[in-house]
Design a protein around this ligand. Structure first.
Ligand code: PLP
Length: 469
């Protein structure tokens, strides 16, 4: 697949892709005309398209490229494991060395008593596994009425039937799809910029969110009917929402007071994005009962997810003489090649001190990106360390958004593409989660390039009469 070789035909690839490859979140009418851009090579933070153009990928793939692309030692570790043992059944009485080593390693990195690991194929299946294990656990304890699951509007937890139902992004819940709606409920999301009432302080806003949680438990007939609460420590796809100080701790306290399991979805925030192996305790001071993870676990070199859960849950599942079987699992649970990739990925992060790099460069990234707020369509720059986002508004005072059909985030990201910078557009946002290797020069490049792209977009909007400011 080398586009520099004679006979390589980019257009033929695009046509095959259009005819046969159905993409995630495909917008049929747009894709039919435009197709997708073939990416042919990756090196560190850079990707190259089939025409040889080079881009700095500030999205890190899809929040997952933590150590950078094209690492030879990753390729070698994966190849060596594939050669030695490319597959072994994980069911019941067989295991493999990378899976056992990785489970022990994750237990050593995870907070408190989260010592047990169930491997999955990615983030959605980790959330799905949590969902099933929650009911299993509650039934094992004799708490058969504990069925209800509570999460938040605008959360994203994956794309299986259960994980998408737990997620709360309105755009991901179009009427043509069905969802579990009788036992899954969504609270308000902790977006102080948009959702707090006029003049309300951050702590008053938190009070209202906590009250809403307590009211919801009441409305569902009390804590005896509520099984678990799901939350990303920082909401990712829902717009990089960093909750006001104290929110997560207080929501966690409500769970503890009501015997409700707290599931921290760290598919994005774990493995260094916020400068820690796991962010729940180290960044936010809470110890969840379960953590779901994926993405940065292998830096995207292999598909792999993991559900970590506590000794307390394990003790119930593992009760002696219960005769029970946890009838759940995937052909590829504990896949040896994926687990070998994760072990090498973690080794590289440790050796190169990438978590320390995030702690050092992250605040600079936040600070420099914040300077974009002087631009007339930038409403807010937010996020933490290597997980950030820019929100565009038509009016800074009223925070009014541009009409959705203007696709403002996409316009800016298209202009940034032209300048060699990839950002992810989500309606009126541009989201970034760069590789953890990023240095301060690369931060300067991102900020200067994004400024240029936003300025070009403002000029277009003025020319078209969409913006007068
Ligand atoms: N949970 C969160 C917080 C995510 O951001 C994602 C993916 O973006 C998922 C779950 C689903 O992970 P996957 O796409 O690997 O199934």
């Amino acid at each position: 697949f080398d586009p520099t070789q004679p006979g390589y035909d980019t257009q033929a690839i695009i046509e095959k892709d259009k005819a046969h490859h159905v993409h995630p979140w495909q917008v049929f009418d747009v894709f039919r005309d435009e197709g997708a851009l073939p990416i042919v090579k990756g090196e560190g933070s850079y990707i190259f398209d089939s025409e040889g153009r080079k881009y700095f990928d500030a999205v890190g793939g899809l929040w997952c490229n933590n150590i950078g692309l094209g690492r030879k030692e990753m390729a070698e570790a994966i190849a060596a494991q594939a050669y030695q043992l490319s597959y072994a059944s994980p069911f019941v009485d067989l295991t493999n060395i990378p899976a056992a080593e990785l489970a022990a390693k994750l237990a050593s990195l995870a907070p408190a008593t989260l010592n047990h690991v169930f491997f999955t194929c990615g983030g959605s299946t980790a959330v799905d596994t949590a969902f099933r294990m929650i009911h299993y656990y509650q039934n094992c304890r004799g708490k058969h009425a504990k069925k209800h699951i509570i999460s938040r509007i605008n959360s994203y937890h994956g794309t299986t039937y259960a994980s998408m139902s737990i997620g709360g992004k309105p755009g991901d819940h179009p009427p043509e799809f069905d969802f579990i709606s009788d036992t899954i409920h969504h609270l308000s999301y902790p977006n102080y910029y948009r959702c707090a009432a006029e003049g309300m302080s951050e702590s008053e806003f938190v009070d209202t969110l906590v009250q809403e949680f307590e009211d919801k438990i009441e409305e569902l007939g009390g804590a005896d009917n509520v099984a678990a609460f799901f939350a990303e420590p920082i909401m990712g796809a829902g717009g990089v929402i960093v909750a006001p100080e104290g929110y997560l701790k207080r929501m966690h306290a409500v769970c503890k007071a009501n015997d409700i399991l707290y599931v921290s979805d760290e598919v994005v925030t774990a493995f260094g994005r916020l400068g820690h192996w796991f962010a729940s305790e180290d960044e936010f001071g809470i110890v969840p009962d379960m953590i779901t993870s994926a993405k940065g676990l292998t830096s995207g070199y292999q598909p792999l997810g993991a559900l970590l859960f506590s000794d307390e849950i394990w003790d119930v599942l593992n009760a002696e003489n219960s005769g029970r079987c946890f009838a759940h699992g995937f052909t590829y649970s504990g896949h040896p090649v994926a687990c070998a990739a994760a072990l090498k990925n973690i080794e590289i992060m440790e050796r190169e001190q990438l978590l320390e790099n995030v702690k050092e460069v992250g605040p600079y990234f936040e600070q420099q990106l914040k300077t974009l707020e002087d631009l007339p369509i930038v409403g807010q720059v937010r996020g933490r360390k290597f997980m950030v986002c820019v929100e565009y508004v038509a009016d800074k005072k009223t925070k009014a958004l541009f009409p959705e059909e203007l696709d403002i985030g996409k316009r800016v990201s298209n202009n940034a593409d032209e300048l060699g910078l990839i950002t992810r557009a989500i309606v009126h946002l541009n989201v970034m989660s760069p590789p953890l290797t990023m240095n301060k020069d690369e931060v300067d490049f991102i900020v200067a390039t994004l400024r240029q792209a936003i300025e070009a977009t403002i000029a277009e909007l003025r020319d078209e009469g969409h913006f007068q400011g």
